[in-house]
Design a protein. Structure first.
Lengths: 149, 365, 501
């Protein structure tokens, strides 16, 4: 399956990926409205780890044998049969954070505004062909491709 | 006042024609006049001319100068110079006849000359180079005098008017030559100066030319590095000097000169065998500034024959034909058929592909 | 501490309705202009250090930022302008030479813009480059006066080494040190992709880039940094740099802070040491010395590489160029007073040297008068800004042009002229790792190649319009140029007629 790969050599640590991820997962999908008007603060599913000059963006790897799915107590965490995308069905999520505990990458975050849920990358599957983080990286430090491409 | 050639660059379109007998048999100027007259519409009465080879067998070792003088003073000054540098064997007016369409002709004189021995020795040049330099000098520095022909056993005849009228004016039916070339001119702006008509000549070279080359100033500034002066600012003059430089001075065979002036495209050079490609590449590298660009068709006359050539993407018309020993080239096929109804072969040379007609070995001068 | 008289040059305008406090600007400004105040949840700007490089403006995801000229006015004075006064404040404070980056920005006449090109109408046809071949290939190198053949038609002339370019545009010398490794990598890749050359500048050649040798000119300058036999043989040609348009007569100085591990290894100098290029080559005090260096380099490379000699365009350029040609150089390079640089004393940059257009016209004419123009190639640099400038340069007599400033602009440079600070926000003129990585050679080499391709297309269009199908026929073809608004003297030097003539 296609995944997002980070190239730390050219990551400039601007965190535009975080911002656009947050907007992509906001209600309005409008950057200014999302940040300035929406009650639930936009929350990125991607995190830039940086200690300049080293920096890279990290998000869910959509593991083949995903520990978070096994650990999920409600069955909210699922892997799409066709797509391979690991998603958290927020209606069923009870915010127990077990998935966060078992994720080896630290790619799942807590979203405690409103209903407590685990928030994670869904590769923007519902909205775009290319995930927002990849599309908005100013330096092509994020690529969306099959493994080994 | 309108500026004449030499003071300003005047573009022009034209008609050209050339006829030769490869055996060296001589024939009168009637055919060439008929051929160029057929293309009357391609000229506008502002210039016509002819070059004839083999016309002065009795003086074949002497340079034949044809000179236009604006006035007697110019003639005195030029003759003074000629007397100092040359032995003049014979001189006189070039015979002309009255033609109603030809007016305001200058004084037209002819001299058969050879360089004075001590002057030649002093100059450390050969006869040709010495004469060429003297011709260039007169044409550059002597106001009112213009040498329009300077070869051996050949001559140019030109003026302002339609070419057929010019032919009649000079009575070319009374001359016999083994090679004739002709030109009818369509300049876009000229006061009608006789020196500006074609052919343009230097020593035995004569060129008639149809087209306006876009590389003119690149070519001009290139040849001027080697002692030439493009006084007329015409394409024809620049092309003549290029031929002279490459063939006479650099000893390049005419087939190779053609590869310089109408150089093959790089994409075609790449397709050649390595040795040939290397040669063509070197030619293009060294003689880049001698590439003639833009539309042209030319007929070059020289001692042993003629060469007709188109620009490399054939932006001007040129047709060739053969019948027996006769070789014809002209801007239009009809201009050939009017004097040779059933040629053995008629063809349209490709851009950059020369038609070369040489005198047979025994006919060579 | 005493009062600092320097006032900010620019103002940051932040549209608070659009600012989402994402702090991208904070993270991207190497000059630390933007700061985020958590208490106020606001981003503020201290404009003193703003150089107007537009990095924050272009990175801002909501386009909330704009940079304006600072509104602070000095009392109007045609003589004592704000910049004249500010420079004095600066010097009074520091006691130092004023430094600048990039080329001369003063409003001297730009002759490129005072020349117009010709086109064919009726009497000869223009040529459509989409239908007909249109040749932009240029061959650089020393040419024999003539090509000779033996009786069988075999060539007997031995050609000196020649370089084939697919277009008359090369990337000019910018050293590794003055620009980043990623910038170098981008130039090298773009040169290979478009069939042209880039130039190492005087900083030596990183081993990683030896693979681009066929598209590399290796430079030998007065500091001789990074010069060794392998280096000389690594490129397609060697360039001896005598001078540079931005700072004729002045050497170079790469501060020790920029000499990190890789720069140190490439330049062959200790890490952290200043790299000082002397003003003259200390083995060239005259033209005959230059000849010796030219031939030493030819010896070292088996006479297989053309040797370029680069000078700044100065008053006596024609005579100097003639001397260089006779000293055996294969290619003469002239750099005009608008040529860029990483760092130059401001006074020198703005006051020394002459326009490349005039120098080119004069040198080409002089070499022709001496009958040697055809023997050497002539390359010009010093602010060639677009394809029309290239066409005009070739028509004046150049074989090809070098582009430096245009290339760095294609890479992202916004002409803030602060290259010498080493804080280039675009990753070009810097060695700071976090900044260097902002320049991704994959993206930037494509941008450079695009620029070359775009200009080449335009050159072909203009050539076709003139009825010319090979760049050879444009070289020195000054009838294709007409002056506009130029004096008799200027026309005479340029060797062109006025429009309407």
């Amino acid at each position: 399956m296609k995944r997002v790969y980070a190239n730390e050599t050219y990551c400039v640590g601007c965190k535009l990926c975080e911002i656009h991820c947050a907007v992509a997962h906001s209600e309005s999908k409008d950057i200014i409205k999302a940040y300035k008007k929406e009650k639930i603060k936009p929350m990125p599913r991607i995190v830039v780890e940086d200690d300049m000059p080293i920096s890279f963006a990290l998000q869910c790897r959509h593991c083949e044998d995903a520990p978070c799915i096994k650990a999920c107590i409600t069955g909210a965490m699922q892997k799409g049969e066709q797509t391979g995308i690991v998603t958290n069905e927020e209606n069923r999520c009870v915010g127990c954070w077990t998935c966060i505990l078992v994720c080896p990458f630290g790619a799942i975050v807590r979203n405690e505004q409103g209903k407590k849920v685990a928030a994670k990358c869904d590769l923007c599957a519902e909205i775009e062909d290319t995930p927002a983080c990849v599309k908005n990286c100013p330096n092509e430090a994020l690529k969306y491709e099959e493994e080994g491409e | 006042m309108l500026k004449k050639e030499g003071q300003i660059r005047i573009p022009s379109g034209c008609a050209i024609s050339g006829i030769m007998n490869r055996k060296g048999e001589r024939f009168s100027g009637e055919d060439i006049i008929a051929s160029i007259a057929l293309m009357h519409e391609r000229s506008n009465g502002l210039g016509g001319g002819f070059a004839a080879y083999g016309i002065y067998p009795e003086y074949k070792d002497l340079f034949a100068l044809h000179v236009f003088y604006d006035d007697v003073e110019a003639k005195i000054r030029a003759e003074d110079f000629l007397n100092t540098h040359f032995d003049i064997e014979s001189s006189g007016k070039i015979p002309t006849t009255k033609v109603s369409a030809i007016t305001k002709s200058p004084m037209i004189w002819r001299y058969f000359i050879k360089p004075r021995k001590f002057k030649l020795i002093e100059s450390e040049l050969n006869e040709e180079e010495f004469t060429a330099r003297c011709v260039i000098k007169i044409n550059t520095y002597f106001d009112g005098a213009f040498i329009f022909s300077s070869g051996k056993n050949m001559g140019a005849f030109k003026g302002v008017g339609y070419p057929e009228d010019i032919g009649e004016f000079y009575m070319l039916d009374t001359y016999k030559a083994h090679l004739w070339t002709a030109h009818g001119r369509f300049p876009t702006n000229t006061p009608g100066w006789w020196g500006g008509a074609h052919p343009f000549t230097l020593l035995d070279w004569s060129i008639v030319h149809n087209g306006e080359i876009s590389s003119y100033d690149a070519n001009r500034r290139y040849v001027e590095m080697y002692g030439y002066k493009c006084n007329l600012q015409t394409d024809t003059e620049a092309i003549t000097y290029l031929f002279d430089l490459l063939n006479r001075k650099h000893h390049m065979p005419l087939e190779t000169v053609v590869k310089v002036l109408a150089a093959p495209m790089w994409q075609d050079i790449e397709k050649e065998a390595p040795e040939q490609a290397k040669k063509l590449k070197a030619l293009r590298a060294v003689y880049a500034s001698a590439l003639i660009n833009g539309p042209f068709s030319i007929i070059l006359g020289f001692k042993n024959g003629m060469l007709a050539l188109n620009d490399r993407i054939k932006l001007r018309s040129l047709v060739a034909a053969e019948k027996g020993e006769m070789l014809y080239v002209a801007s239009e096929e009809s201009a050939i058929r009017v004097v040779c109804q059933n040629p053995d072969k008629v063809w349209t040379p490709k851009g950059g592909e020369p038609v070369i007609g040489l005198l047979n070995e025994e006919a060579k001068v | 501490m005493s009062l600092n008289f320097n006032v900010p040059e620019f103002m940051v305008e932040r549209n608070e309705d659009r600012c989402i406090q994402c702090e991208v600007c904070v993270r991207q400004c190497a000059n630390e202009v933007h700061t985020y105040d958590e208490e106020d949840n606001k981003v503020y700007a201290d404009e003193t250090n703003c150089v107007n490089c537009h990095r924050c403006v272009l990175m801002c995801p909501t386009r909330a930022l704009s940079i304006k000229k600072h509104s602070l006015e000095f009392r109007e004075n045609a003589n004592w302008t704000a910049s004249a006064m500010n420079e004095i404040y600066k010097q009074a404070q520091t006691g130092g030479i004023l430094l600048s980056g990039m080329g001369n920005p003063k409003p001297y006449p730009i002759y490129w813009d005072r020349m117009l090109l010709n086109a064919s109408q009726v009497t000869n046809p223009s040529i459509d480059p989409l239908r007909e071949p249109m040749e932009t290939k240029v061959i650089l190198g020393r040419k024999p006066e003539k090509v000779t053949f033996d009786e069988d038609g075999n060539m007997t002339t031995k050609m000196p080494p020649q370089i084939e370019l697919s277009t008359p545009i090369l990337f000019s010398a910018m050293s590794f040190g003055s620009i980043s490794k990623n910038a170098h990598a981008s130039l090298a890749r773009a040169a290979r992709e478009t069939g042209t050359l880039y130039n190492t500048g005087e900083g030596g050649l990183n081993k990683e880039f030896y693979e681009f040798g066929k598209n590399t000119i290796v430079q030998v300058a007065s500091g001789r940094f990074g010069v060794h036999k392998e280096y000389l043989n690594a490129g397609a040609a060697i360039e001896i740099k005598i001078g540079q348009g931005a700072k004729p007569g002045i050497g170079g100085h790469l501060p020790g802070e920029k000499v990190g591990e890789e720069v140190s290894a490439t330049r062959m100098i200790p890490e952290g040491s200043d790299a000082i290029s002397p003003a003259p080559h200390h083995d060239i005090y005259s033209i005959e010395d230059l000849r010796q260096l030219i031939y030493s380099l030819k010896e070292a490379t088996d006479y297989k590489k053309p040797v370029f000699v680069k000078i700044a365009a100065v008053h006596n350029a024609p005579a100097i160029a003639s001397g260089i040609a006779r000293a055996g150089a294969d290619v003469i390079v002239m750099d005009g007073y608008r040529g860029g640089t990483g760092a130059a004393p401001t006074r020198v940059r703005d006051n020394v040297g002459i326009p490349i257009e005039l120098a080119l016209a004069a040198v080409d004419q002089r070499l022709r008068e001496e009958g040697i123009r055809n023997e050497v190639s002539l390359l010009v640099a010093g602010s060639v800004r677009n394809s029309a400038d290239v066409v005009k340069a070739v028509a004046l007599g150049a074989d090809a042009v070098y582009i430096g400033s245009a290339a760095v602009i294609a890479m992202g440079c916004h002409m803030c002229q602060k290259c010498y600070t080493g804080k280039c926000n675009w990753g070009i003129a810097t060695q700071r790792e976090d900044l260097v990585k902002r320049l991704n050679p994959e993206i930037v080499s494509t941008r450079l190649a695009n620029l070359i391709r775009a200009w080449t297309h335009e050159i072909k269009e203009m050539l076709g319009g003139m009825g010319i199908n090979a760049i050879d026929s444009l070289r020195g073809n000054r009838l294709m140029l007409r002056g506009i608004g130029l004096s008799e003297k200027e026309l005479e030097i340029l060797g062109i007629n006025h429009a309407g003539e």
